[in-house]
Design a protein around this ligand. Sequence first.
Ligand SMILES: Cc1cc2nc3c(=O)[nH]c(=O)nc-3n(C[C@H](O)[C@H](O)[C@H](O)COP(=O)(O)OP(=O)(O)OC[C@H]3O[C@@H](n4cnc5c(N)ncnc54)[C@H](O)[C@@H]3O)c2cc1C
Length: 385
Amino acid sequence: MNNNSTNGEWLDIKRGIETICKKFPESYWKTLDQKRAYPTNFVNTLTKSGYLSILIPEQYGGAGLPLRAASVILEEIHRCGANGAACHAQMYIMGSLLKHGSEKLKQKYLPDIASGKIRLQAFGVTEPSSGSDTLSIKTRAKKLGNKFLINGQKVWTSRAEHSDLILLLTKTSDSEEQQKNLSLFLIDMRPHLNKSIIIKPIRTMINHSSTEIFFDNLEVDEDCLVGSLGSGFKYILDGMNAERILIASECIGDAKYFIEKSKSYANDRKVFGRPIGRNQSIQFPIANAYANTRAAELMVKEACSLFDSNKKCGEESNLAKLLSADASWQAADVAMQTFGGFAFSEEYNIERKFRETRLYRIAPVSTNMILAFISHKVLGMPRSY
Ligand SMILES: Cc1cc2nc3c(=O)[nH]c(=O)nc-3n(C[C@H](O)[C@H](O)[C@H](O)COP(=O)(O)OP(=O)(O)OC[C@H]3O[C@@H](n4cnc5c(N)ncnc54)[C@H](O)[C@@H]3O)c2cc1C
């Protein structure tokens, strides 16, 4: 893979992804969506081409590229009408392992993740009674000698059925200082499946391979602990900036997809003997979505640039996610209106992408929680919770 980047544009990567996506056209995604099936061939192709391991340092078999390269990959996948959700977790949870994992853990897993022998695609944080309120999770890891015994339940753990490893957040103590009660584990699920780990798929409005997972006396070696005991929440917060930036990149890709589709359809579709795109009531919403997408894109680039220079980027990552999720949702709605009745037909893929892009205003972090972050942490207003 060529590492050339001009102004963070990574044109070689963009072209490479576009070439791969042409082999997986929208008909491929439509069929998978109808069957709620995992895009195994697409994920394998990306893996073999080295795109999924770009954040893994070269010494472990990856390309050692900055987050901006991952951001370009995910944006381009989405711009082409595909969906990076099948494999994006490997990129956004990689930071926790790279920054805080022991050398032993990295040696054990990173080369196999980089080569595609094993997959790290599952991230278990959310539980039935704690989504936005991460500190209130109940899944418990109890220390027993040199082992941990894990019991509890996660929900919405996406891709668990298609992942070998899971990065799992658990409670390890009940101290007054809630933030020190959580610990992070990297667990190989394979030996425990259908015994102490039960995975049940959740049928959802999008094809996202989401599941609920039950841990029943799961015994893991203490080496599975990422970093130190009681630091899990800190590590998760640390990794969230990368997650927000990468999801924002997918939103930018979605928004560009909708704008391009809307523009083409508005130019082609004739009603009352002329293209509907001649009406400003059709043109202006598309132009407005374009303006908002470009503005959000600038924030994504700024967040990436700060992240990749190891500078503080909490505000920018949150703003990038907020603005991009709003921009993609606006562009999706504009596309629905532009396509009229045909937007509802599965044939045009607009309804599929419309459903898919709606997720980002809720997960992995909801728009409300970002606004709360900006109010409390950036503007210094009183906490509401
Ligand atoms: C398709 C899908 C895939 C997912 N994949 C994963 C995954 O792989 N791993 C994982 O761990 N999780 C995953 N999630 C979970 C996701 O991160 C949560 O759904 C999200 O964090 C919101 O939590 P919740 O659904 O429990 O909502 P809740 O926390 O119950 O909140 C419900 C609503 O109330 C609002 N709200 C709550 N408190 C406040 C407040 N104080 N002020 C203002 N508004 C508030 C929220 O913003 C939200 O709009 C996924 C979810 C979905 C739908």
